[in-house]
Ligand binder design. Structure first.
Ligand code: ATP
Length: 368
């Protein structure tokens, strides 16, 4: 089931009645989610992710715009009639009910033509439990399950009604690091097996990048960029997106274009054609640095952190916006012990941005 969002906008009334303008939580969100894909809705706290999800679910009414499931305009439909499965961060399970009863519960409320026989309900419950690998634990109570297992009950409960669209709002936030990793892989597997179009909200870029077919990066209610995770990482449209994706984060420098060269401090790092002299931001991904005594960029070495396969070279440069520069380098590369370390830079890991708009400057970086 493809999901189409057309100019979706949500403005909440301001609590302070004296202020006439409302709070714009989501502004003009237009996007087509292809059938059967998993989409990661990503952005910092307050950027409008949950509001978007609630509008898709029907829990919030858009101020403007339309939502289609396939060819059906569902904008005015109630949540019950949309056929969505919802899983929240605080997946409240009924503590007095067993796993089986918890999963089965939504089926008991079906009315009219949708009403199921007891046998059919049980069959669907067992199928959903199998999908999340809980079929051995059907008679347990939630208190007898781990956090990850509880979360899987919540997912099974959302799946049992065979939703057209599955909506997950920070479903892993309450789990510890290891369980998060396991459960996100589970979600990916379940999504692939069922083929249900799924929208996954998270502020964790790594989580979104690792399981999504496509990501949508949001900032203060507006979509910044959409695309396959690797494409967005490799080709960010602006400084915000470049900074939001990647761990360790991109290294940002206050630089300038001067006489056809890209400068960081006194170091000319690349040549560019046809660009006016001006101040800019230079972003360099941690994996874009190669230690080289003839490298164009000089930094003051601070420390070297060994990470096994790679090492992280921590250095400083006066033009760096981040307190330190982190570069990730293969552990077989030799780096000086102290003093200045010089880096050659991989041009496809270096991005230039306008100083004021922070939009990407798309120009070819030529070696000097
Ligand atoms: P988080 O990751 O913290 O959950 P989010 O990206 O999901 O954040 P939303 O919950 O969608 O963000 O909120 C977007 C904006 O809308 C925020 O500025 C928030 O304060 C505001 N907002 C959300 N709900 C309401 C409401 N009911 N009334 C007024 N403002 C609201």
């Amino acid at each position: 089931m493809k999901v189409v969002l057309q100019n979706l906008t949500k403005i909440f009334p301001n609590r302070n009645k004296k202020i006439k303008t409302g709070v714009t939580a989501v502004s003009n969100f237009t996007y087509e989610i292809p059938d059967g894909k998993l989409i990661g809705l990503l952005g910092p706290s307050g950027c409008g992710k949950s509001t978007t999800l609630y509008m898709i679910s029907g829990l919030e009414k858009p101020t403007d715009g339309k939502i289609f499931f396939g060819e059906d305009d569902v904008t005015e439909l109630s949540p019950e009639n949309r056929g969505v499965g919802l899983v929240f961060q605080n997946y409240a399970l009924y503590p007095h009910m067993t796993v089986k009863q918890n999963i089965l519960f939504p089926l008991q409320n079906l009315k009219g033509a949708e009403k199921l026989s007891k046998n059919e309900m049980l069959k669907r419950t067992v199928e959903a439990a199998k999908l999340v690998q809980l079929d051995e634990l059907l008679d347990r109570k939630p208190s007898e399950l781990s956090g990850g297992q509880q979360q899987r009950v919540a997912i099974a409960r959302a799946l049992v009604k065979m939703p057209r669209v599955l909506l997950l709002d920070e479903p892993l936030s309450n789990l510890d690091a290891r369980l998060r990793l396991q459960t996100r892989e589970e979600i990916r597997r379940i999504q692939r097996e069922t083929g249900i179009t799924t929208i996954f909200v998270t502020h964790d870029q790594e989580e979104a990048m690792s399981i999504s077919d496509e990501i949508v990066v949001m900032k203060t209610g507006t979509v910044q960029q959409t695309g396959a995770p690797q494409t967005v990482y490799d080709d960010p449209v602006n400084l915000f997106v470049a900074k939001f994706l990647g761990t360790p984060p991109i290294n940002v420098f206050a630089g300038r274009i001067s006489g056809g060269n890209v400068m960081i401090g006194d170091d000319a790092i690349f040549a560019v054609d046809g660009e006016e002299d001006r101040e800019i931001w230079v972003g360099i991904r941690p994996e874009g640095f190669i230690p080289d005594i003839n490298g164009k960029l000089g930094c003051e070495l601070q420390s070297i952190e060994v990470m096994g396969r790679d090492i992280s070279v921590v250095s400083k440069n006066e033009a760096s916006v981040n307190p330190v520069i982190r570069s990730i380098i293969g552990s077989d590369v030799t780096v000086p012990n102290s003093g200045t370390v010089r880096f050659r830079l991989k041009p496809y890991k270096v991005f230039l941005f306008e100083k004021n708009t922070e939009n990407r400057i798309r120009t070819e970086l030529k070696p000097l």
